[in-house]
Design a protein around this ligand. Structure first.
Ligand code: FES
Length: 122
């Protein structure tokens, strides 16, 4: 009979609650892989891992993650089904302006599984 210490169960559960984000940063062909807690806000997770989500204009005018400015756009390459469905804010700032369906506002997204994104597609 195998014995599992409470510590190994804790490590196992913690690992299970992490999801991978593969990021292609603008100007780089090499992806970075970061691990974040399941349910993390995508914009916040990227910024906390030193991934720049804003263009110069976005750096000057972003709304700080409030879903109002439309400057935190990422292109979702894989794993769209693991992200929060498109809401009213994204529809107003992206769909209504003719942006591709794969473009999403990172501040409006929770990450529930592995995803691959490209930064600054605009
Ligand atoms: S930071 Fe303004 S819409 Fe995302």
């Amino acid at each position: 009979m195998e014995w599992n210490s409470p510590l190994s169960a804790s490590v196992s559960n913690n690992k299970k609650d992490l999801v991978q984000i593969t990021v292609y940063e603008k100007g780089s062909s090499e992806p970075r892989v970061i691990e974040v807690p399941r349910g993390a806000n995508l914009r916040k997770a990227l910024l906390e891992n030193n991934v720049d989500v804003y263009t110069l204009r976005g750096k000057l005018t972003n709304c700080g993650g409030g879903g109002q400015c439309g400057t935190c756009v990422v292109d979702v390459v894989e794993g769209a089904g693991f992200l929060t469905p498109r809401g009213v804010r994204e529809t107003r700032l992206l769909t209504d302006k003719g942006r591709p369906d794969a473009w999403r506002l990172s501040c409006c997204l929770r990450v529930e599984g592995p995803v691959t994104v490209r930064t600054k597609p605009q």
